[in-house]
Ligand binder design. Structure first.
Ligand code: ARG
Length: 592
């Protein structure tokens, strides 16, 4: 049992003992929720506000706090002091160290993991890239936030379903096939991948300006895909394979996985029943020839369901997808990790589901994140303000590799460790602030002329700072993990008696223990708020606290039983950092 729960239970028991007649006393669980961490450690490790009890006990909070403090026996887990209606707890340092380290040890590397979610399912829609477009930095946040949330929910015992809702539907694919038939060939596309497809698409635009009949041809090809024409489908599926093959390389580097790639086109045959249902429920109205769900009451523009020509829309597909996910996975929650710009779209879709009478509509959540910019400029594929993810990752990995060559030329397995550090720097940067905050990646710009002679600018992200082993960075946290690992390797060669935890009563050890002790709560809060950055913050704090402890105390020297306790604290730190990094999708090398 963790200390916070212990204190909550002791407090509950004490309340019952002191006021046996009282009704409506909060349960231990509720008391636990009320226990706050005072802003400054001199006020204790936890504080229990007695205000909530004033009514039940018909007594002023300071009096209640006073009575409880007098009865609290100092031999318990903590000493208690009454201050202005608060009961401040000061943990028994030696006890606290022992209990925390024993609990972390017993968790076998999964500190804070739990069964909170057993029997519950969370669907996560993330990354959700678009076919025939190169995977770029605009899809970095959704990919790493979604991946982290999936890991967090897994850790808490939920069943998770990771869904890459591919953008694989739209008239552009007809145009692309048309361009491919006219000017493309298999080999060039196989070799050039998504870039070649983009080139074809751009060429279509240029040529269609000269010869507008091409537009009809493109439309005809799209119609063929819709009608299930063999040739059209085959080319379309191949485009998809080529795009996914490119994307897979990025997912592999990042260590990101999905359980389903059911994208927009997957819902082609699943929308009709939804449209019928909308009509049967009287929700569809006609507006300028199109069919919409009116949302005036909700102060939103209408949700477009069918265009004038009968074509379905993004929202139609999302309605079908939500229903499919509920029918297939029976989710308790369905998260959509998508940029803030799509806020209205999701509010509309969720509201329509609610109007259809689905109670689970309230379990659909848009997990929005902020805008991404490059050196202060908004992303724009058209204007070339873009950085591709494979390039971005490779650059970070190359830089990491160069740093390794300089700092630890004899390291084994340099390539793999460079990958871990490079990815660590990228992921950490993306997950270091609240997700809703905009992220500006510092970059350098360089002018060049492309194959067609058009002047362009190449944007390259500057990873120098993010790779700093001493700053608040991924590599810094990884480095602390490697430092702990190295110390533990040394400790293994020595023999220690049973630990004496009074060796951990100093402020530095206690500060570190407090952070470790609270980590399970952080994971739960991160899950509740869909906020991986809370984990990033927590592992950084733990790394900093460990380094402070490390600089103030010689770990392996001194009285052996006390040294043994410091080794145990080092082991717990290593395990918790490793678990925490893994929750945000970062590897923890043992050496670097
Ligand atoms: N492909 C879309 C985009 O890149 C994101 C899809 C998000 N998921 C969804 N179910 N709408 O903007």
């Amino acid at each position: 049992m963790d200390m916070k729960t212990r204190i909550a239970e002791l407090t509950r028991a004490l309340l019952g003992e002191t006021w046996p007649e009282a009704q409506d006393l909060p349960a231990a669980e509720e008391i636990r929720g009320l226990l706050a961490v005072p802003p400054n450690p001199e006020m204790g490790d936890y504080a229990f506000p007695c205000f909530r009890l004033a009514k039940a006990l018909r007594m002023a909070p300071p009096k209640i706090a006073q009575a409880l403090a007098e009865k609290w026996s100092a031999t318990e887990a903590a000493r208690a002091e009454a201050v202005n209606g608060y009961l401040n707890f000061f943990l028994n340092r030696v006890n606290f160290a022992r209990e925390t380290l024993e609990a972390v040890g017993a968790s076998a590397g999964r500190w804070g993991a739990g069964e909170d979610g057993v029997g519950k399912t969370v669907c996560l829609d993330y990354s959700s890239i678009n076919i025939a477009k190169r995977f770029h930095i605009g899809h970095l946040s959704t990919t790493v936030i979604g991946n982290s949330l999936k890991r967090i929910y897994d850790y808490l015992g939920y069943r998770t379903v990771g869904i890459n809702h591919l953008g694989d539907w739209g008239t552009q694919f007809g145009k692309m096939i048309c361009a491919y038939k006219r000017w493309g060939d298999k080999e060039t596309v196989e070799k050039g991948g998504v870039d070649e497809m983009t080139r074809l698409y751009v060429r279509f635009g240029v040529e269609a300006k000269k010869d507008p009949s091409l537009e009809d041809e493109g439309r005809a090809w799209f119609k063929k895909i819709e009608d299930g024409d063999e040739e059209a489908l085959e080319i379309f599926r191949w485009f998809k394979d080529v795009t996914l093959k490119d994307a897979m390389r990025v997912y592999d580097i990042l260590g990101v996985q999905f359980d389903s790639y059911a994208g927009e086109s997957f819902y082609n045959d699943k929308m009709e029943p939804v449209i019928d249902e909308l009509r049967a429920k009287g929700l569809l109205t006609q507006s300028e020839g199109a069919w919409v769900v009116d949302l005036t009451e909700d102060k939103m523009p209408p949700c477009l369901i069918l265009k004038k020509d009968g074509a379905t829309l993004y929202a139609t597909r999302d309605l079908a997808a939500a229903k499919y996910r509920q029918d297939t996975y029976h989710f308790d929650k369905c998260l959509y990790v998508v940029a803030y710009q799509q806020d209205l779209h999701f509010r509309q879709v969720f509201r329509v589901l609610e109007k259809m009478g689905y109670p689970w509509a309230k379990d659909c959540v848009h997990v929005a994140f902020g805008m991404v910019s490059l050196g202060g400029e908004a992303l724009s594929t058209r204007d070339g303000v873009i950085v591709y993810l494979d390039e971005l990752l490779n650059q970070a990995i190359d830089k990491a590799r160069a740093i390794i060559e300089e700092k630890s030329p004899n390291l084994e397995n340099k390539d793999e460790i460079a990958r871990q550090i490079g990815v660590g720097a990228v992921v950490y940067t993306t997950l270091s602030n609240n997700r809703i905050k905009d992220i500006d990646y510092p970059c350098t710009k360089e002018a060049y002329t492309d194959d067609d002679g058009t002047p362009r600018t190449k944007y390259t992200i500057d990873w120098e700072k993010a790779l700093n082993f001493d700053g608040e960075t991924g590599p810094y946290v990884q480095y602390t993990h490697a430092r702990c690992s190295s110390l533990l390797r040394k400790a293994e060669a020595l023999s220690f008696p049973a630990p004496d935890y009074s060796g951990l009563s100093d402020d530095e050890a206690q500060a570190l223990l407090r952070l470790i002790g609270r980590f399970p709560d952080v994971i739960r809060e991160a899950a509740e708020k869909y906020e991986p950055s809370m984990i990033t913050r927590a592992v950084t704090d733990i790394a900093q606290a460990y380094n402070k402890f490390y600089y103030e105390h010689r770990i392996l020297d001194g009285e052996p039983a006390e040294a043994a306790a410091r080794v145990e604290l080092t082991r717990a730190t290593r395990d918790v950092i490793k678990a925490g990094l893994s929750l945000i999708g970062i590897d923890a090398p043992e050496r670097m």
